[in-house]
Design a protein around this ligand. Sequence first.
Ligand SMILES: Nc1ncnc2c1ncn2[C@@H]1O[C@H](COP(=O)(O)OP(=O)(O)OP(=O)(O)O)[C@@H](O)[C@H]1O
Ligand SMILES: [Mg+2]
Length: 272
Amino acid sequence: MKQSDPIVARRAPKGFGPEANRDSLCQPRGGFESPRGASSHPDGGGRTKVRRLVLLSRKGGTGKTTLAVNLAVAAERAGLSVAMADLDLQGSASAWGRARRSETLEIAPANGGTLFPLANAFEREGRQLLVMDTPAGGDAITPSAIATADLAVLVARPGYFDLAALAPAVQAVKAAGKPGVIVLNQAPSRRGGVESPVIARAIDAARQLGLPIAPVGLRARVAFQESLWRGQGVMEFEPRGPAAAEIARLWQDVAERLFGAAATPAEDRRTA
Ligand SMILES: Nc1ncnc2c1ncn2[C@@H]1O[C@H](COP(=O)(O)OP(=O)(O)OP(=O)(O)O)[C@@H](O)[C@H]1O
Ligand SMILES: [Mg+2]
């Protein structure tokens, strides 16, 4: 693979090749097979543990909510029972949920005091994944969300200010002893087939923070915005589009981190 795709070039997921989507930061693979086996790991007493995913960034507007709802949709499409906790008083995830009117995906408002009991209640309901959307800054709330989480997804645009603001969030995740992964979002498209230098710089900066970088970055794509108006994820809005391929690949990576190796990539016929 050539230098035109630095995320992949350096992390080289299996099977990536120049035939991949030309404007993707990843190898668009199929989708994700339901990690039912992994998700039904009982914690001793037979109760299924709800895996808890938190989306974080101190900087506003990086795409926490966009990723939160899209990962929730991807997880549902993979067959998981999913709930969301909206820890942001802006209520963006809740607003999307009202547009969605889903009978399956519950989105509950929460704060630092209610999050833990809420997560337990979802676990008693048999939910398999809880996606926690947090506010920017969020000093009062974010520590509870990190403490509750099994995995933190730290979201940054590939710009100087976002990367600078990532360091304290990484520190908070590390200090809590939680695993985390950095996702670059809203990356510019290649121009004339050439990757913007901001991407390589962002990857280098993110590397120095000492958390893994997801093997897919998300481009700035209209589908990510349009889909929100309909209460959809991009996998529903444009199943064959590049945004859907990016989310499928990101979900695959996140699911492997949350559920382990049993969560293996496979053809997702719903997106094929
Ligand atoms: N990959 C993308 N491509 C295009 N637009 C995007 C992408 N990701 C997010 N956006 C848009 O950027 C804006 C900010 O996204 P979002 O609200 O998800 O960020 P946030 O981090 O949750 O913001 P806040 O800190 O205010 O909660 C939204 O208008 C969203 O539609
Ligand atoms: Mg938000």
